[in-house]
Design a protein around this ligand. Structure first.
Ligand code: PM9
Length: 461
């Protein structure tokens, strides 16, 4: 069989409200054509994000009942700490309530104005956290990452020449840290190879620059290494993870992805002095070091989730379900980023809607159309998320890739749900000439996609 069946049975169900197209048209207009401002109850299939949307297992729910809610020293914290140490291998483990707080604590402790943080591609919260400290978030991913048709097996790899150039140009003293996002979310959920990780680590060590992972989807990345990289087929995903993290000095983690939970995150690192400084900040903004903004029961669910996510039957299904959706879209002629990544299928909106210029947000136009017609919520990763005015030239600048991401929550939707998504997109693709662009009527100063408001352009194309 090409695609495995779901390796779980469904014991609890959450009904989906089947809203009408008219109702959805009214709701999206009220939401300023911003899908973040929609009531979730109006959505049939929610592919906005794979973050915090996982279905927990019976084992995790059972663990929730064993929550020790002591202010300090909860037994769940020790289980969580042991589990993180066992998989990630870092000495100090600092819980946070989600990934961006881990980023914020790390960057506010080590960054100063004018510093540079290279990464394959910074995710939007990572970039915003770096830039908030007036530092430069530098993307050094391989060029192939920008070519939707390149079939490179590790399209999330760091381009070592770009990294070396950054070190030469800025000097190691301006680079307090090198990061690597596994898998590379903003570049299509593409994995990074062990070979590349080893090389980045060697370069970082040569210049005494700390090397951190953005580890949100580490298990999916390790599964790709097992499947695609020579020498790893007979290793367990856990062994691969242990080796991978041994090349780094620490990581930030949103457990809302490969922790298989609805809330939680952590920072882990070997440096005791840095960990102490961050823990002092943690107490100020999140809470004591044995809970970091989480309940004891949440820590228990993360500890159990981190063990479950390494199950290879689960990972095989996870990666293949995403691939199944991707292949159904390819069969319908829809342009997507290839090869299909781990947690999401990314539609190439520039080629889906070539008649809409990036200044009129083709990715967002497709997102809105898909919600209106089929009740499917997705997210734009393109001109709306990353477009900005260059302060020197006053010109609008747009990212190279204009994507619509179909992120698949873990253990939530069946293959028939995927079929519905593929058929709906197939029907929209047939009528794509009728879709129009949008203009912005309100935007905040940063992370504009969360609260932006838009209006459809009335002109017919
Ligand atoms: N990622 C995602 O949908 C959720 C937020 S935006 C709707 O992909 C990486 C690689 C991420 C990420 C979140 C975070 C932040 C850091 N790095 O959401 O703060 O993909 O837990 O994690 C989202 P938190």
């Amino acid at each position: 069989m090409k695609f495995p069946a779901e390796p779980f049975r469904i014991k609890v169900v959450e009904p989906i409200a089947m809203t009408s197209e008219n109702e959805r048209r009214r709701l999206i207009e009220q939401a300023g054509y911003n899908i973040f401002l929609l009531p979730a109850a109006s959505i049939i299939i929610d592919l906005l994000t794979d973050s915090g949307t996982s279905a927990m297992s019976d084992n995790q729910w059972a663990g929730m009942m064993l929550g020790d809610e002591s202010y300090a020293g909860s037994k769940n914290y020790y289980h969580f700490e042991d589990t993180v140490r066992d998989i990630f291998g870092f000495k100090n483990v600092i819980p946070t309530h989600q990934g961006r707080v881990a980023e914020n604590l790390l960057f506010s402790t080590i960054l100063k104005e004018g510093d540079v943080v290279p990464n394959n591609i910074h995710f939007d919260t990572t970039r915003a956290n770096v830039e908030y400290h007036k530092a430069i978030a530098l993307d050094c991913v391989v060029d192939e990452a920008m070519d939707p048709d390149s079939m490179l097996p590790f399209k999330g790899n760091m381009d070592l020449r770009k990294l070396q150039k950054a070190i030469d140009e800025y000097g190691p003293e301006r680079i307090p840290m090198i990061m690597l996002t596994i898998t590379n979310n903003s570049g299509g959920g593409q994995p990074v190879s062990m070979e590349n990780i080893r090389a980045v680590s060697a370069l970082a060590r040569k210049y005494h620059i700390p090397f951190f992972f953005d580890a949100c989807r580490f298990a999916e990345n390790c599964y790709f290494i097992k499947e695609r990289e020579e020498g790893y087929r007979d290793k367990s995903v856990k062994e691969i993870a242990r080796e991978l993290f041994s090349y780094g000095d620490g990581c930030t983690m949103s457990a809302k992805k490969d922790g298989l939970v609805n809330i939680g995150g952590f920072l882990a690192m070997n440096d005791d002095t840095l960990a102490q400084e961050i823990t002092n900040m943690l107490i100020l903004i999140e809470g004591f070091r044995t809970y970091g903004g989480l309940a004891g029961r949440d820590l228990e669910a993360i500890a159990r989730g981190l063990k479950e996510v390494l199950d290879e039957d689960y990972l095989r299904f996870r990666v293949k379900q995403t691939q199944y959706l991707g292949e159904m879209l390819i069969d319908r002629g829809i342009p997507i980023i290839k090869p299909v990544g781990g947690h999401a299928v990314y539609i190439d909106a520039k080629h889906f809607l070539p008649h809409i210029p990036q200044s009129e947000f083709p990715g967002q136009a497709l997102v809105v159309e898909l919600y209106q017609r089929a009740g499917i919520r997705t997210v734009e990763i393109g001109s709306l998320m990353f477009g900005h005015k260059n302060p020197e030239t006053e010109q609008d600048e747009f990212p190279e890739l204009e994507l619509v991401r179909l992120a698949i929550p873990r253990r939530v939707y069946t293959s028939m749900h995927m079929q519905y998504v593929a058929d709906s997109l197939g029907a929209i693709y047939q009528d794509r000439q009728k879709i129009k662009g949008y203009k912005i009527v309100y935007q905040p100063k940063f992370l504009r996609h969360f609260t932006v408001r838009l209006e459809p352009l009335s002109r017919n194309i």
